[in-house]
Every structure is written in C-alpha cells, then in structure tokens.
Write a protein of this length. Structure first.
Lengths: 198, 622
C-alpha cells in the first residue's frame, strides 16, 4: 500500500459518465483498504458544462480537492477538457485522453475557437500523454456507453494496485446490478487497457 | 451520487455528506423530513426518501419545510428540514421565533452553503443565523462527522429544547468519503402535542418572559461548547502558528500545515471562547481559517485575543491547501513557490439549455422582439441571459421576477415609456414564491406579461417533483395544480391566460408579441416537459440537407446544442455590404427531434430522415 496520496482527476462534459468512472475508482481503492475521498461537484454542469471529479486515496486523506500541480493521473473524456486541467498535473503526471472533440455552442457560433491540437499542447508541456478514440472502440463493441469502462481500462496500469483489481470491481458491480452488461464491460476494459498502452 | 447502502452497522461505506445525513436521521428515529431542492442540499431528502420509516416530502419552499418540521416537533416527533444557504432567508421567519418558543421533538435544520458558487446567486455564510437566531450550530468537516453530528444534534435539540443548525458546505455535501455506521434505528415515538398557549402562542405577553430563558439557554450552551468533545485540539510540534478552524476548512489546514496545533470547532456556535483563549496562549501566532466571512475571527478578537485571518486569507470562495500555503507560509518566513505550469487557455464551456428544452422556444421569441425589459428568476431558464439569446435582464432570488417586474412597470421613467415589461418564471419557482408577486401585480393594477415556463420539473437541480408535476417525492401520484385556474383565481382575466406549445415557434412569437401590447397582466403558460426527465418523449433526430441550407443562421439562433456551424462564408449582399453566412449541421446523437429548428428554416433544409440507418458517430470537429 503506497504511503502517499494518489490523486486522480476525471474530467469531461456533463452526461459523459465522469462521475460513474470516478465512483468505480473510489470504490476499488476503498476495497484495497485505502482511505478515499471523491468530489462530485455537478450543479448546473449537467447542462453540457464542465464536469470534474477528484479522486484521492492513501493512508489518510484530508482535503477532498486535488490542488494544481498535484494530479498523478488525468482521465479526459474529451480533448479540450483534458487540456483545460493541464495545470493540475504533476510534472511526472500521466494524461489518458479520449480524442473526442465536442464544440459547445459558444465555439460553434465562432465566439471562441476550439484549440487546433489540444493533444499536442498537452504533450508540449512535457507530461506523458496517451490518446485514442474510445468512442470508436465502444461503437465496435456495439454500445457507446462503454466509453467510461474503456477509459478505466486504459489507466489501469498506472494505479498503485493491479489492473485486475479494478476490472473485477467493475465487472462484479455490473454482475450485481446489470448482469447482462458484465461480459461486454469486461471486454471493454481489456480493449481500453490495450489502447491505453499504444 | 445517490446509492444509499442499507446495511448493518460496522461496515465501511462510501457516502456523500448528504447520504450520511439521511442515514443519521433514520438512526436518530426521525419521523418527519421536509425540504425544497437546492444545490448542494438536494440529495439529503432524495436519500431520506429511501427510508420508509420516515415521512418525507418536497415542500413548496424552505419556510414551509421548516414549519412542517416545527409542527411535527410540537407533536413530539423528531423532525428534519434541509435546504441550501439562500433557503435560510426564506425559512428564517419561522425559526427566528421558534428559537424563542422552543421545540419538543428534536428539530434539526441542515443547511448547505454553496461556497464557491457552483450553482447559486450568492455565497451567504449561514453561520450568522446561529448568532442572529440564538441557535447552536454543528459544523461537520466530512461525511463521517455529518453522520455523527446529526445524531448528536437531535439529542442536543431535545435536551435544550431548541432547534439546532447543522451547517455543511459543498465540500461535505458532495464529497464521498468513508463512513462507518455505529448503530441502527432507535424509535422515538411522538409524545403527542401538549397544549400550552403561554409557550406556543408567541403573543408579546407570552414572548417577553421567554426572552431571558433564551439568553439563559445561550449561556448554558456556551458552557457546554467549552467542554464539548466536538471542539477538539489536534496536536502539532511546530508552535509558531496555531490554527482555529471549522468545517471542511479543517481538512485544508491539516493537509497544508500537518505540524501546526489546530483547534477544530465542531460545535462552533456559541463559540468556546475560553477554550480558544487557552489554546491561543500555547502558540505564538493564532490564525483563524474559516469559510467564508471573518465571523469567528471577529468574535475571538472581541474576546481580547490577538488573531489573524482575513487580512491574509480570501474573503470569499473556497479555501484549499494551495490557498493557505501562499497566504500563511510568509508568516513563518518561508517563501512558497507557486506551481510553475500555467493554466492552459481553453474556451469557456458554460452550462446551456439542452436539446429539445421547452425554454428554447420562449427565448427564441424574446430574443426576436424589441423594446422588452425581461425580469428573470431562478432556474435553468436563467441561462437565457447567455449566448445566443441574451434575453434576460435580471435574476435575484426565487419569485423576484414578478414583483420586480411590477416595480419596474410602476417606477418606469420616460426612457422606458415604450418598453414592455416581461417576467420569466418556472413552474416550481412560481409555486415556491412567485404566486404572491402575481397576486400583488393584479391587486395593484400593474402591467406585466408573465411567461410561466411549466416544464413539469424542478429542472435545475436534477428534475425533482413539485406540486405542478402530479407526482410527489416518492414518485407517487399527487394532486396537480392547474396553473391556468390558479392565474385566474389570482385575478388574471381569462382572455389574458394563454396556453402555448413552446415547440411551435411561430405561435409563441406571435403570442408574446400580442400579449406585451396588452395594457394589463397576461400569463403565457408553456406546456412541454423538461427534456431530461422521463416525461419527455424522444423523437427521431433531424438532419440538414447541405445543398438546401442557405447559411442564414436562423436555426443557430435557437441555441440548441445539437445545431452546429458546419462552415462559414462571407458574401456581398445586394446592397453591397458583406454578409457572414453560417451553414448548419445537426449532431444526430444530440438531436432529440423536437422540430423547433424546422420552424426557423425558410428553405425547408431540415428534415427527419424517414428511415435513419444506424447513425455513424459524428466526425471530429472540422
């Protein structure tokens, strides 16, 4: 068990499953005996706004939020949202980014510009960046909602506990509540894990 | 965020502060719980609703919720009311006097301050109500403490016969942390109402003799606070600075200054001033870390203890270790290097109204009619102030739209002579505190056009039920108010009460134009449900026929997030001036087929494909 705090920042847009993914990480860390805190500030963000869930676990966690410069892992469900939280990453941090780009009305209407290449900007800051189209994998598996399990698979090798622990927690969760989705989520986790290594 | 684990004691649970409060209320034998939805307090009642042993309801507003709880308390039942910070303003009329009369069954008011304004119109610090109303306050710092303190609050409330406030903030309500249950439900049967007019009828003659009793209770509570285990000193070897703090701010102090002695106030009102004075004597410099006003700091300084606080720390917004270090490390003569990586510059992504939102139609109309002063209210429709509508001029508090609009009508100056005054209010907000404004406008012969947006939901907080939805907190059928009859009963003439389908754009634009010209109040009521609730029926998506789109941008003016700009062109119009064309594209995944955009499209370039094959994923932004 690590003696320091692991900080994971899950970011995206309201409705993408950011909270669900963060919940799964928090429950898994709890099952490994860690003290855990997970923030869930949603408020109006569900209306297509910015959503971020901070997950912190370790021997003893005090503050629930992750401060700038302290995130070990950034899971971005959308490219520009991953870039938005760049300053929160530790110099040794890892960013796992879904290449999906969603322009809000203010950008589509031309009031603001969508960054030309958010992933290049992320990489230019020196942090380790992995990016892939999780949506395409979800489509191949036949269910767009699998994106958050795919993203969890992708980061599962960057955790202080074995990837299978997270996988089992996810699959057991589905077996308990939605058994029909257990198998496909196991597949999605593995596909994400492979994509995350590329 | 809402899974409540119905389990035996001693198992570890990941619960938000709100869920922990619900479990504690159940264990404490609470029999009545009432609230009005409000971020970040909403999930307290949503969680309590899962405990059948407790009668729980959405009340029409927070004043009613507290009065329901008071009534239950006088009948001998333990009762809980929950609300967000601004709800206390509404509810204060009731608890300010009940503090004098007292309670029988334990009465706990759980208030959730939205420090950092994730979803509120101001950042009030509810701790002041404890001083103003002579009420004790507990301040949990996390879910485990929220669970423990709510149970203790009921015991304190009954022992001292006073309402008790449990003050939480977003970083307790909406943070999931480990909670260990330590008990099961203990029944507290209602002792039955004991008539005692000299106590419960607060006429001046009865109230006067109770004033000294209240002050005497204050003194006893202060003595209790001095010795309460909830006010705990956490040791630290580095005595150069000692912290006094409360609530989740404690967590930031502990993380940023782990070696500093820290007095954490869980029972923070009345403040244990002797304990604080004694603690101050053991450290070189005393610093108060509190969210958000310098309340404790002022009380400590008034008690003759030297203390620092808001001259170093921010007066508003959330605290965090990254805020405390640069503010306080200089006191130790230690420089603090701020993390070097700068914030990436990314476009804002404000919340906006959803695809098929029934408010899109009214705002399309309002943004296309000139000479309007549009007085707004609290709800998703407040987003009408933003892009692309820019069709809302004020928003202050729940129900203010109707009364402020009436005042603007009566107080209009010469420059507003030709202006039409419009008020925009939602169904739940109208039933919360808007009815009185409409009644006042009729009674005092005002002239305002009211847009009553009935989306059959408390949309902004996540789609809760209200007296206009036909369902209660538990989803059971409930009587449904008839807004047209209600408006008529308040005095609006039947001819000026117009029902409209907000999806029929030409109709609603025509209707608003007509009604704003009338020299008497009108009420236009929309009748489409919120598209995020299961009352909304999703239709097949629409698509733009590229070569028929003329780039006029009308559909984009709707503000629907499913309608995007595919490409732009600048052309010179007949009159020689250059014109910007914006050709539209519809995101088939986001579009839910409400056909409002079809009604804005002159060349009929927007169609619903007869048999849409499996829609391919949208391409990355061009």
């Amino acid at each position: 068990m690590l003696d320091r705090i692991t900080n994971i920042l899950v970011v995206g847009i309201g409705g993408q499953g950011v909270m669900t993914a963060a919940e799964m990480l928090a429950r898994t860390a709890l099952s490994q005996g860690y003290d855990v805190k997970k923030t869930e500030v949603a408020g109006m963000a569900q209306r297509g706004g910015v959503v971020s869930s901070h997950v912190r676990f370790g021997p003893k966690v005090y503050s629930p939020q992750i401060d700038p410069g302290e995130a070990d892992l950034l899971i971005g469900f959308e490219a520009a949202e991953a870039l938005r939280w760049l300053a929160h990453l530790r110099p040794t941090g890892v960013a796992m980014v879904n290449t999906l780009r969603i322009a809000p009305p203010v950008v589509s209407a031309g009031l603001y510009a969508y960054p030309a290449d958010p992933l290049a900007q992320l990489a230019a800051s020196g942090i380790e960046v992995h990016a892939f189209d999780a949506g395409a994998i979800a489509d191949q598996l036949g269910n767009p909602k699998l994106v958050n399990t795919i993203m969890l698979g992708a980061i599962s090798d960057h955790l202080p506990f074995p990837a299978d622990v997270l996988k089992d927690c996810i699959v057991e969760g589905f077996r308990a509540y939605k058994p029909k989705l257990a198998a496909i989520n196991a597949q999605a986790f593995d596909a994400g894990r492979a994509a995350g290594r590329a | 965020m809402n899974a409540v684990v119905h389990a035996q004691a001693t198992r570890r649970h990941l619960l938000s502060g709100n869920e922990a409060v619900a479990r504690a209320a159940w264990e404490a034998g609470v029999r009545v719980a009432a609230a009005y939805p409000g971020t970040p307090a909403t999930e307290i009642l949503e969680s309590i609703a899962r405990y059948p042993d407790i009668y729980s309801e959405w009340s029409v507003n927070e004043k009613v919720a507290v009065e329901v709880a008071i009534g239950a308390s006088l009948a001998g039942s333990r009762a809980l009311a929950a609300m967000k910070h601004v709800g206390m303003n509404v509810a204060s009329d009731a608890f300010m006097t009940q503090s004098l009369a007292g309670v029988v069954g334990g009465l706990v008011i759980v208030v959730a301050d939205d420090v950092g304004l994730s979803s509120s119109q101001n950042e009030q610090d509810s701790r002041y109500w404890g001083r103003f109303g002579h009420l004790p306050i507990f301040e949990p710092a996390d879910s485990q403490e929220a669970y423990a303190m709510v149970k203790q609050a009921f015991a304190l409330s009954e022992e001292y016969e006073t309402p008790v406030i449990v003050r939480m903030t977003t970083r307790v309500c909406h943070v999931k942390a480990m909670v260990e249950f330590t008990g099961e439900r203990v029944e507290h049967p209602a002792a039955g109402f004991q008539k005692n007019p000299r106590r419960w009828v607060m006429t001046p003659a009865n109230a006067k003799p109770r004033l000294p009793l209240m002050h005497e209770r204050d003194q006893r509570l202060r003595e209790l606070s001095e010795t309460s285990a909830l006010n705990e000193i956490f040791q630290g070897a580095d005595r150069r600075i000692g912290f006094v703090t409360s609530g989740p701010a404690f967590m930031h102090v502990r993380e940023a200054f782990p070696n500093a002695p820290t007095l954490k106030l869980g029972f923070s009102c009345p403040a244990p001033l002797d304990k604080i004075r004694a603690f101050a004597a053991t450290v070189e410099t005393l610093v108060v870390v509190e969210e958000t006003e310098p309340l404790l700091e002022t009380e400590i300084r008034a008690a003759g203890v030297a203390v620092q606080g808001k001259e170093r720390l921010p007066r508003c917004g959330e605290l965090a270790p990254s805020v405390l270090r640069p503010a306080i490390k200089p006191l130790l003569g230690e420089p603090y290097a701020v993390p070097t990586r700068t914030q990436a510059d990314v476009f804002p992504r404000p919340p906006t109204m959803c695809a098929s939102c029934p408010h899109l139609g009214p705002y399309f109309a309002l943004s296309h009619i000139r000479n309007l002063n549009i007085i707004g209210d609290i709800g998703c429709y407040t987003l009408g102030a933003g892009h692309p509508w820019n069709a809302l001029d004020t928003c202050t508090c729940m129900g203010a739209s109707l009364s402020m609009a009436h005042g603007m009508d009566k107080g209009r100056g010469a420059s507003d002579e030709k202006k039409h005054i419009v008020a925009v209010i939602g169904d739940s907000t109208f039933l919360h505190m808007g009815m009185q404004g409409l009644l006042n406008m009729i009674y005092n012969r005002g002239n305002v056009t009211v847009l009553l947006l009935d989306n059959r939901s408390v949309g902004m907080t996540g789609g809760q039920e209200n007296p206009g939805t036909g369902q209660d907190l538990h989803g059971q059928p409930a009587p449904r108010v008839d807004f047209a009859k209600l408006a008529e009963a308040l005095g609006v003439r039947p001819e000026r009460i117009r029902m409209v389908d907000p999806y029929e754009l030409p109709t609603i634009v025509k209707l608003v134009r007509e009604e704003v010209k009338m020299e008497e109040p009108s009420v236009i009521i929309t009748n489409r449900p919120c598209s995020l609730t299961d009352r909304f029926e999703r239709f097949k998506p629409y698509e733009v026929i590229d070569d028929q789109c003329t780039g006029c941008g009308n559909c984009i003016d709707l503000g629907c997030p499913a309608i995007l700009v595919a490409r732009r062109e600048t052309v010179t119009a007949k009159n020689g001036k250059s014109k910007e064309l914006a050709f539209a594209r519809i995101d088939a995944n986001a579009c839910t087929g409400c056909h409002m955009c079809v009604e804005t499209c002159a060349p009929n370039a927007i169609v619903q494909p007869v048999t849409p094959e499996r829609v391919i994923r949208i391409q990355p932004h061009a």
